[in-house]
Design a protein around this ligand. Structure first.
Ligand code: ADP
Ligand code: ZN
Length: 611
C-alpha cells in the first residue's frame, strides 16, 4: 500500500518539476502573448515599448516594458523576416536581445510537457468530481483496491435472500473446484457471468462467496477504476489483470459496475474520456475472447443498468449468463438480518420477523445498516443489549433517508401498489382470454417497475382473437380501475399499463381491422410508421374524417373495456380487499394461493350499475 501511495506522489512531483524546469519561453506563455505583424513589431521598437527580444530561427519574441505597477510582463511574437537592420535598431532603442538556436526544439519540448500537463489536469479534475470524492489521493486508492489476490473467506452462508442466484452459481463453483472433470465431459462452462440487480443487493458479496466456496483467488476492480486513469492505462490494466489471473487460475475476476466501462459505444461522441473508455472496453473484449476457460478463469461482473451495456459485451462467449439479484422479499430480509445479527447481542424482545416486515424495499446493504445503526444507538445510551427500540429507531432514521432517495416506498404508496397489482391479478383470473397469474409482488422489481403481476402463457400463441385482445386490454386496465374503486383517486403508477392498453386498442383498429365501424380495413400510416418517416409519408394519407373515426373507435374500445373491468372488480370487491391486505403483509403471492383466495371468497353481489 505505501509503495503504491508513494509512486503516485512521485508522478505528481514529476509534473510539478516539469513545470519548473520548463524553458522560460514557455512560462511566458502564461502571461499574455499576442501575435502581431512584423511591421507592428518594428513600430513597438520605434516607440520604445520593448524591453527585451528573443530571436528564434523562425520567430521573434518581444517582451514589453511593463507599465507602472504592472507585475506580469506582456509579450508579443511575430514571424521572423529577413531584416539586416534589426540589431542596429534594437541597440539604438536600448532593447536587450538574445537568440536561441534551438527554438524549434524548445517549442517541441514545450508541447511535450504541455500536452501531458493538460491531460493531467483533466484527469485530476475528473477525479475530484468522481463519486469517490477522495480527490487527488484516489490515484493511489484505485491502485490499492485493484487486485485483491487472496481467498475471500466469504461463503454462501454470508449471503442470504438470494437463493435462486446461489443455485445458479453452484455450477460455477463446482467447475472452479475441478475444471478437469468438465473438460473430460466436454461440458461448456460460461466465461462470463453478469450479476444484474439494484445497488446493495449483494452482488459483490455473491461473487466473493463464489470465490470463497471454491477456495480460489478473487481479483477485482471497479469498472470506473479502469476508466478514471491516465490515457492508455486502462487497457494496460486489463491486460495486466488477465495476465495475473491466468497465472493464478483457477480464479475469479470480478468487475464491479461494469456499466462505467461497458456503456454502449459512440453514444456520446464528444464527452470527455470517451476514447479512453472505448480502448479499455475493446481490450477487455479482446482478453475475453482470448482467454481459455479451460484454464479455470471465470469472469464475473455486476451492473444495475444492464440496458446501457454495449451489446458486444453480452454476446455468446462473453457475458452470456445473466443472473438476477433482486431485492429480497420479507423472508429474504429475515434471513439477511439473521446473518448480520450473528455477532450482535440482541435483547430478548427483538423479533427479527417484525423487523423484516417493517423494512419493505430494503436491500441487503440497507439491512446491514439497520443492524449497525441499532447497535450504535444502543451503545450510545449505554445499553448492554440491542433492544427492539433501538431497531425501531434505526429503521425510522433509515427509512426517511431512503424515501428521499426514492429507494423505498412510503406506506401509502405500498398500499396503492398492493391494490393496483391485485386489480391486475383478479381481472386476469376472471377473463377467459388472459394468461394465468404466476405471481404478484409489491417488491419493486429491478429498477423501474414498482410492483408486478407476472402472467405466464400456458401455450405459445401465434394468433390472438378479438376477444382475447380485449381480455388482455382488460387486465392492463385492472390496476388503474382497482385504484379508482378503492381510493376514488388515481395515481401515475398506471402510466405504462395505459400506454400498452392504448397500443393494443390502436392496433386493433388500425392494423387488424377489428373495429365494427371502420370495417375490415387497415390504416397503416399510423404511429408505427411515423418513426420511419423521413420527411415524407409512406402510406396513404388519411382524411381528417377517417382519422377522427379511428380516434373515436380506439376511445370506444378503451371506454367499453374500462366499464367492463369496473364491473368485474366490483364483483370481486371482497376478494380485492383480502388479496391486497395479504399482499401488503406478505409482499409476494404465488398464483396458487391467489386462486385459493378466489375460490374461498364468494363474489360480491352486484349493485345496480353505477355507470
Ligand atoms: P452490490 O454489489 O450489489 O451493490 P454489495 O455486495 O456491495 O452489494 O453489498 C454491500 C453489503 O451489504 C455487503 O457487504 C453485505 O454486508 C450487505 N449485503 C448486501 N446484500 C446482502 C445479502 N444478500 N446477504 C447478506 N448481506 C448482504
Ligand atoms: Zn399496472
Amino acid at each position: 500500500m505505501t509503495k503504491k501511495y508513494s509512486s503516485s506522489i512521485f508522478i505528481i512531483l514529476l509534473f510539478f518539476l516539469s513545470v519548473v524546469t520548463m524553458h522560460c519561453d514557455a512560462s511566458a506563455a502564461f502571461s499574455l502573448t499576442e501575435k502581431i505583424p512584423y511591421s507592428d513589431f518594428k513600430k513597438l521598437i520605434q516607440e520604445n515599448k520593448l524591453e527585451e527580444v528573443i530571436i528564434n530561427p523562425t520567430t521573434i519574441k518581444g517582451i514589453l516594458r511593463p507599465e507602472e505597477g504592472q507585475k506580469i510582463k506582456n509579450s508579443i511574437t511575430t514571424v521572423k523576416i529577413e531584416d539586416p537592420d534589426l540589431i542596429k535598431e534594437l541597440t539604438a532603442h536600448n532593447v536587450k536581445y538574445s537568440a536561441t538556436t534551438n527554438g524549434g526544439w524548445s517549442q517541441g519540448l514545450f508541447f511535450l510537457w504541455f500536452v501531458p500537463m493538460i491531460i493531467f489536469l483533466i484527469v485530476m479534475t475528473r477525479m475530484r468530481r468522481g463519486a469517490t470524492g477522495a480527490g487527488l489521493m484516489s490515484i493511489g486508492k484505485s491502485r490499492a483496491n485493484l487486485y485483491v489476490d487472496k481467498e475471500t473467506g466469504v461463503t454462501f452462508d454470508d449471503v442470504a435472500g438470494v437463493d435462486e442466484a446461489k443455485e445458479e452459481l453452484k455450477e460455477v463453483i463446482d467447475y472452479l473446484q475441478n475444471p478437469q472433470k468438465y473438460q473430460r465431459l466436454g461440458g461448456k462452462i460460461p466465461k462470463g457471468v453478469l450479476l444484474v440487480g439494484p445497488t446493495g443487493t449483494g452482488k459483490t458479496l455473491l461473487a466473493k462467496a463464489v470465490a470463497g466456496e471454491a477456495k480460489v483467488p478473487f481479483f477485482t476492480i471497479g469498472g470506473s477504476g479502469f476508466v478514471e486513469m491516465f490515457v492508455g492505462v486502462g487497457a494496460a490494466r486489463v491486460r495486466d489483470l488477465f495476465a495475473q489471473a491466468q497465472e493464478k487460475a483457477p480464479c475469479i475476476i470480478f468487475i464491479d459496475e461494469i456499466d462505467a466501462l461497458g456503456k454502449v459505444r459512440a453514444a456520446s461522441p464528444i464527452s470527455g474520456g470517451h476514447e479512453e473508455r472505448e480502448n479499455t472496453l475493446n481490450q477487455l473484449l479482446l482478453e475475453m475472447d482470448g482467454f481459455d476457460t479451460r484454464k479455470g478463469v471465470i469472469l464475473m461482473a455486476a451492473t444495475n443498468r444492464p440496458e446501457i451495456l454495449d451489446p458486444a459485451l453480452l454476446r455468446p462467449g462473453r457475458f452470456d449468463r445473466h443472473i438476477l439479484v433482486d431485492r429480497p422479499d420479507i423472508k429474504g430480509r429475515e434471513d439477511i438480518l439473521k446473518v448480520h445479527c450473528k455477532n450482535v447481542k440482541l435483547g430478548k424482545d427483538v423479533d427479527i420477523k417484525i423487523i423484516a416486515a417493517r423494512t419493505p424495499g430494503f436491500v441487503g446493504a440497507d439491512l446491514a445498516n439497520v443492524v449497525n445503526e441499532a447497535a450504535l444507538l444502543a451503545t450510545r445510551v449505554g445499553k448492554e443489549e440491542v433492544g427492539m427500540d433501538s431497531f425501531e429507531e434505526a429503521i425510522n432514521r433509515l427509512v426517511a433517508g431512503l424515501e428521499k432517495k426514492k429507494r423505498v416506498m412510503s406506506k401509502r404508496e405500498q398500499e396503492i401498489i398492493a391494490y393496483h397489482e391485485s386489480g391486475h391479478a383478479l381481472v386476469a383470473e376472471s377473463v377467459p382470454g388472459a394468461d394465468k397469474v404466476h405471481r404478484i409482488s409489491i417488491i419493486p422489481r429491478g429498477i423501474s417497475a414498482l410492483g408486478y403481476t407476472l402472467q405466464l402463457p400456458t401455450e405459445d400463441r401465434y394468433l390472438l382473437t378479438r376477444s382475447e385482445l380485449l381480455d388482455r386490454l382488460a387486465v392492463l386496465l385492472g390496476g388503474r380501475v382497482a385504484e379508482e374503486l378503492k381510493f376514488h383517486e388515481i395515481s401515475t403508477g398506471a402510466q405504462n399499463d395505459l400506454e400498452r392498453a392504448t397500443d393494443i386498442a390502436m392496433s386493433m383498429v388500425r392494423e387488424y381491422g377489428m373495429s365494427e365501424k371502420l370495417g375490415p380495413m387497415t390504416f397503416q400510416n399510423g404511429r408505427r410508421q411515423q418513426f420511419l418517416d423521413i420527411g415524407y409519408r409512406t402510406g396513404r394519407e388519411l382524411s381528417e374524417e377517417v382519422s377522427k373515426d379511428i380516434d373515436n373507435e380506439v376511445k370506444k374500445i378503451i371506454f367499453d373495456t374500462h366499464a367492463r373491468v369496473k364491473g368485474i372488480l366490483e364483483e370481486n370487491k371482497d376478494r380485492l380487499e383480502t388479496l391486497a391486505k395479504l399482499l401488503l403483509e406478505k409482499e409476494v403471492i404465488e398464483g396458487e394461493e391467489l386462486r385459493k383466495i378466489i375460490s374461498e371468497i364468494a363474489p360480491t353481489p352486484k349493485k345496480t350499475p353505477s355507470f
